[in-house]
Design a binder for this molecule. Structure first.
Ligand SMILES: *Cc1c(COP(=O)(O)O)cnc(C)c1O
Length: 408
């Protein structure tokens, strides 16, 4: 399922990236988690259980859908959408939440905590905590709680306690720090369900493993429906879990281009975007050495994206390693391109994408005309966009106003 540590590789590292940069008190729980996960991964009983719930509770396999009108509109390639938007609770996040909660249960933990930005990871984790009878506490920045009030209500309906975090920018980064603090204090009873391929080892590996079902399904479905491997697979990159899940199915196929799309925000300038590959420098944030948006003194820069799920200062370490090796490439699209792609997919296919996923669609809309008509491209539709309708409405209203202002 996952690649073994290769000769010369240090466990927990992807080349020079990754590692375990955490307080001493977290070293033992991380080791305990890594050991439990390595054991569960080899255990057919655990795998059977995980697969069973993925099928009956999450709704897998998700379809690979040929987007006929989108393909025609681009005029360049055959575009297939991997429909993670059809997962229970509306995004790929639940593959990982389910996996980690089954693992926590095996470890005898009765309490789970999680951080959440937009709320998707919090909702998925709260739902799975309810299903497996676990106490659940979700840390969320106060600003994000206001922006995503409905998701806060969803989590509470699932019986979770949602704790507002009021430090710093009051968003995702602070919520992660607060969750780590809780974990240090309550580690005997508590598992920390981290939401993406980020943080200290084993999280980047473990989360990729739980998300790798996306790539395995997509590969099989592509053979069946297109008769061959894709030429390109495209996914948006926040922390990087939906992308790693998709990429992992094609890592050993050198003919398949792996393409990550980041949030270019308003423009590439400090504080205006979240494109770590465009403006990041090597640093350490929240447990891992990776690319981080920071200033000259190493202070973490504020970030901006129209989509909360991509709005984070650092990126999963494995992505940086894939970039260094030339195996994957990373690009960005702006807020405006993403909102246009959101509209575009609605009009062309009757599918409402999450604003995060709309970044991947926007890349295809921009670049697709350069591709050959017979090319096969898979786009990961990481989530559905119902959660973003209000945001898009507000964005358009603001944009129309500022458009008028600048033209007068
Ligand atoms: C959280 C989220 C993302 C970004 O997270 P990754 O770990 O980069 O996948 C992307 N799309 C959706 C729908 C999300 O909810």
């Amino acid at each position: 399922m996952s690649r073994a540590v290769r000769p010369g590789e240090r466990r927990g590292y992807f080349g020079p990236y990754g590692g375990q940069f955490v307080p001493e008190t977290l070293m033992a729980p991380l080791a305990e988690l890594a050991a439990a996960w390595r054991k569960a991964r080899r255990d057919p009983e655990f795998q059977r259980e995980f697969r069973g719930y993925l099928r009956d509770l999450v709704g897998r396999p998700t379809p690979l859908y040929f987007a006929r009108r989108l393909s025609a509109a681009i005029g360049g390639a055959r575009i297939f959408l991997k429909r993670e938007d059809l997962c229970h609770t509306g995004a790929h996040k639940i593959n990982n939440s389910l996996g980690q909660i089954l693992l926590a249960r095996r470890m005898g933990k009765r309490r789970v905590i999680a951080e959440t930005g937009a709320g998707q990871h919090g909702v998925a984790t709260a739902a799975m905590a309810a299903a497996f009878e676990m106490e659940c506490v979700i840390y969320m920045g106060r600003v994000d709680m206001e922006r995503q009030a409905l998701n806060v209500y969803r989590m509470r309906e699932f019986g979770a306690e949602v704790v507002p975090v009021t430090a710093g920018q009051q968003t995702l980064k602070e919520a992660i720090s607060e969750a780590m603090r809780d974990w240090v204090t309550n580690v005997r009873t508590t598992h920390y369900v981290l939401g993406t391929v980020f943080g200290a080892y084993p999280y980047p590996d473990l989360v990729r493993d739980f998300q790798s079902v996306i790539g395995r399904e997509a590969r099989r479905q592509c053979f069946k429906q297109a008769g061959r491997l894709p030429d390109r697979v495209v996914a948006c990159v926040g922390g990087g879990s939906n992308a790693m899940g998709l990429f992992s199915g094609f890592l050993e196929d050198p003919g398949v281009a792996l393409i990550g799309v980041e949030a270019g925000g308003r423009r590439i300038a400090p504080g205006e975007h979240a494109a770590r590959f465009a403006g990041g420098k090597l640093g350490v944030l929240q447990g891992a050495r990776t690319l981080v948006l920071q200033d000259e003194e190493g202070q973490i820069l504020p970030t901006h994206s129209v989509s909360a799920g991509l709005d984070y200062a650092a990126v999963g370490p494995e992505h940086v390693w894939l970039r260094d090796q030339g195996r994957a490439t990373y690009h960005f699209v702006t807020d405006e391109e993403a909102v246009n792609a959101f509209d575009g997919l609605c009009r062309l296919e009757g599918i409402l994408p999450a604003l995060e996923s709309a970044h991947a669609v926007a890349y295809v809309l921009r670049e697709g005309s350069k591709w050959k008509p017979e090319d096969v491209v898979i786009v990961n539709l990481s989530g559905r966009g119902d959660k973003d309708l209000q945001l898009v409405m507000d964005w358009k209203a603001r944009h129309a106003r500022s458009g008028e202002a600048s033209s007068s």
